[in-house]
Design a protein around this ligand. Structure first.
Ligand code: RTP
Ligand code: MG
Length: 139
């Protein structure tokens, strides 16, 4: 299991608000290397599969429609301690609880439209990266 990679999405709210460049800038300045990246779109079915772990939670249906409401940027990132360091960089799920200077504090609109996704474990980072990228696209 690799411990130096994580997976992220810039979510539809942040793409629509024109924050792709500013968010990538923060990610790179924090020491992450972009290993793979694409500008793409999740259908409701694909969003449902991606967030299947949350099926049954009260926010699941809204989350699926939000995540399929517009284009996203998906990327695999590399850094020592990538999963934990990236979650520190993005801040708490609820932007009102996120630390100053974090990506969600700066760019998130709400607990749902919270600008970015970050994997929560090395195992999920590998699963989520493979959801979007083939072996050929990962180097
Ligand atoms: P993510 O998976 O997107 O990186 O976010 P996270 O770990 O911080 O939060 P998680 O608990 O995994 O929730 C996934 C996403 O669902 C939306 N959410 N909405 N309305 C709500 O109470 C609520 N709670 C979560 C957010 O978009 C959250 O990032
Ligand atoms: Mg999560």
């Amino acid at each position: 299991m690799e411990t130096n990679k994580t997976f992220t999405m810039i979510k539809p709210d942040a793409v629509a608000a024109g924050h792709i460049g500013a968010i990538l800038d923060q990610i790179i300045k924090a020491g992450f290397t972009i290993k793979a990246m694409k500008y793409t779109y999740l259908t409701a079915q694909k969003a449902g599969e991606f967030y299947a772990v949350h099926q049954g939670r009260p926010f699941y249906n809204d989350l699926v429609s939000f995540m399929s409401s517009g284009p996203i940027v998906a990327a695999i990132l590399e850094k020592d301690n990538a999963v934990a360091d990236f979650r520190t960089l993005i801040g708490a799920t609820d932007p009102t609880k996120a630390d100053e200077g974090t990506i969600r504090k700066l760019f998130a609109k709400s607990i749902e439209a919270n600008a970015v996704h970050g994997s929560d474990s090395d195992e999920n980072a590998a699963i989520e990266g493979s959801f979007f990228f083939s072996g050929l696209e990962k180097f």
